[in-house]
Design a protein around this ligand. Structure first.
Ligand code: TA6
Length: 273
């Protein structure tokens, strides 16, 4: 279907419902059968082909953060192509592609081929395979920047993210934290030694297990009140019900691909009651 000029793939399967925007290759909705929404989408999200959508799973690529412009790379602002659709009793597989074009080479001068796969069932697995189709090696960073829906950020606890982190709210200072993260103010941290599964305890409602691979960091972000208020596409109090836990290739540890080489970044999201 189309929403405000943006093409959306709607999935309505016995095991789960979901929606993926071709603008950004961006999953904006995931609801396993009988479960509350797992992914957070801003009530003020702007569906506009010049911007990234606030919420869902933005694909940050070929760089993470403000390493270059645009922030978090161009993939989340690009139109992806629907490549494949398969389904069986367990769920639906959707694959999208994004390859270099005049527009991408104007900001990043390399040839590439990206395949983004969504396996949608009682669990959600998102995999981004990047292939170097250039004659020269290139390096990249990025993230599957998932926004999770929580009942209350004040009752949310994260564990298994490791203890060492780079604090983006304190000039990237390297810090050692405990093994439990709770939220009382803005948190913007790059955890450098996460376990493969990071756990989100969503109050007493549920636990969300986020199992990543192909990454070298887990970024955890909640903007808290002042930053939410400053963002046009977030309601003032909407930080209360979201947290980002991101499968990240950090820009300080980018991945280099020789011509013909590929690398896959994955996040698997599993809800437990
Ligand atoms: O991943 C955390 C972060 O890089 C934060 O620093 C914050 O800026 C957030 O992403 C959102 O970035 P965006 O460019 O989508 O506004």
């Amino acid at each position: 279907c189309e929403y405000q000029g943006i093409k959306i793939v709607r999935i309505n399967h016995a095991q789960a419902e979901a929606a993926i925007s071709l603008h950004g290759g961006h999953l904006v909705w995931f609801k396993p059968k009988g479960e509350d929404d797992v992914i957070w989408l801003s009530e003020k999200a702007e569906f506009d082909t010049t911007k990234a959508i606030r919420g869902g799973i933005p694909v940050c690529w070929p760089w993470f953060g403000k390493a270059a412009a645009p922030s978090h790379g161009f993939a989340r602002n690009s139109e992806w192509t629907l490549y494949e659709h398969r389904e069986n009793d367990n769920g639906v597989i959707i694959a999208l592609t994004l390859c270099d074009s005049d527009a991408t080479r104007a900001v990043w001068p390399y040839k590439f081929s990206n395949m983004l796969t969504f396996e949608i069932g009682t669990e959600l697995t998102v995999s981004l395979t990047s292939t170097n189709s250039d004659d020269n090696a290139w390096s990249y960073s990025g993230a599957l920047h998932t926004y999770f829906n929580v009942e209350s950020i004040r009752e949310t606890t994260i564990t298994q993210m490791g203890s060492e982190y780079q604090d983006s709210t304190q000039s990237d200072q390297i810090c050692q934290g405990g093994d439990k993260l709770t939220f009382q103010c803005e948190v913007d941290r790059v955890y450098t030694q996460p376990e493969s599964t990071v756990l989100i305890a969503d109050g007493s409602r549920r636990q969300i297990a986020v199992t990543n691979s192909g990454h070298n960091a887990a970024v955890i972000w909640n903007p808290w009140q002042a930053l939410s208020q400053s963002m046009a596409d977030m309601a003032d109090d909407s930080f209360e019900t979201m947290v980002c836990v991101e499968s990240t290739i950090h820009n300080s540890q980018s991945i280099t691909l020789a011509p013909g080489e590929s690398h896959t970044l994955t996040t698997q999201i599993q809800v437990k009651r």
